[in-house]
Unconditional design. Structure first.
Lengths: 203, 193
């Protein structure tokens, strides 16, 4: 009796501040998130290079681990123009729906003769189908060369980036190289992950 | 618990004798919202790729260009030849031609990364010390990189990266093996099926 007890506080903590911070972070992450597209799974090797890959005006030739080649251009209008160019060169006419569908594909690996059936598939099926890769051979005049030509015709400012998988064999790369060199493309970027330079390295 | 507290219920005047509804608490339980907020944060944090890929530029010689001035053949004593083998092995010939009789015994094996770097640095030091710079001020040391059918794309990027690290300005990527080299390497570079 007569003991002084501390006044009982209600167990309420003001969470407003925490909530504010949480939602601020949430907003930040939503804004910066870039989602993985349905491209082929490619794990690139790493290099000490500091040059960033440009965001726009770029075409990416990807080589996956089994040596299949995929091709992609960044801007949607360029994709449509590219399809039209290759259609003209090969005597194939594409409908507007096919063009619209093609413009949505960030990267594809379908031979020309299978392109039309592929574009006419329903959307869900399109992403599920196993893409055989664009035909490439060492002669330098395969379909990949046609695509590169069509893309450059659509946008002459396009830079060329090569994205190879760690495990892809060198001959696959050599064939891609032959296709580019046959068109006098002698300078391009190899997309790699970043890596810390070894100790003692100076630029 | 997160809650918004508001003082005062409605803004009714006093004493008008009207029947009022029971005053409801204006505290809103924010717990589910906060839960959802953190769930989304977690998701977006995991889904975000923070490191943007970098790129290394590669320039290859023009194939169609007419060779106006024929380049003089490289002296084997100034060249370090790297053969990219299977399973991340690198075979190398340091300052010796493949058609030399001693090439077979001189062929050494190393691994990518630090080991290869040491090999390049050692060879670079030795060759540059033994040979003067040429008339254009280039160092004498040349690396010839020979990828083989059993090497991977990663191997090639690794070697090109070593060139950047060791600051080797003169290197060549040559993708065909000479007969002498094939003999020296033997079955090391033949794909196994």
């Amino acid at each position: 009796m007569g003991k002084v007890r501390p006044k009982k506080h209600a167990p309420h903590t003001d969470m407003t501040a925490m909530t504010d911070v949480a939602f601020l972070l949430l907003t930040f992450f939503i804004m910066t998130a870039t989602f993985k597209s349905n491209d082929a799974e490619i794990t690139t090797p790493t290099s000490i290079s500091q040059i960033k890959v440009p965001d726009d005006k770029i075409m990416v030739i990807s080589i996956d681990k089994s040596g299949k080649v995929f091709f992609g251009v960044d801007a949607q209008p360029t994709r449509a123009a590219m399809l039209e160019n290759i259609g003209q060169a090969k005597g194939i006419t594409f409908t507007d729906t096919e063009k619209a569908k093609f413009a949505l594909q960030s990267s594809f690996g379908v031979p020309l003769n299978q392109l039309k059936p592929w574009l006419n598939m329903p959307k869900e099926q399109m992403s599920q189908v196993k893409q055989p890769g664009i035909p490439v051979d060492s002669t330098g005049a395969s379909e990949l060369a046609d695509w590169v030509y069509a893309a450059r015709k659509a946008d002459s400012q396009l830079r060329i980036a090569l994205k190879g998988d760690n495990l892809s064999k060198f001959p696959a790369f050599k064939d891609v190289l032959a296709n580019l060199q046959s068109q006098n493309i002698n300078k391009f970027n190899l997309i790699t992950g970043s890596e810390q330079a070894p100790a003692g390295y100076t630029n | 618990m997160a809650a918004i507290e508001e003082s005062g219920g409605g803004g009714h005047g006093k004493g008008d004798g009207k029947v009022r509804g029971k005053k409801m608490s204006t505290r809103v339980d924010m717990t589910p919202m906060v839960d959802l907020g953190f769930l989304l944060i977690t998701f977006f944090m995991l889904a975000t790729t923070m490191s943007k890929p970098t790129s290394m530029s590669l320039a290859v010689p023009d194939k169609t260009e007419d060779q106006e001035k024929p380049t003089e053949p490289l002296k084997a004593s100034k060249v370090l030849t790297l053969f990219m083998g299977a399973n991340d092995d690198v075979y190398y010939l340091d300052g010796i031609a493949a058609d030399d009789d001693k090439a077979k015994t001189d062929l050494k094996t190393t691994r990518y990364g630090f080991d290869l770097r040491s090999v390049i640095f050692a060879s670079q030091k030795r060759i540059n010390a033994a040979n003067p710079k040429d008339e254009d001020g280039n160092e004498a040391f040349v690396v010839v990189i020979k990828p083989t059918a059993v090497s991977t794309y990663k191997n090639m990027v690794d070697v090109l990266d070593e060139m950047a690290i060791t600051k080797t300005k003169r290197y060549a990527l040559v993708d065909n093996l000479t007969d002498a080299e094939k003999k020296v390497l033997g079955d090391k570079v033949i794909p196994k099926n």
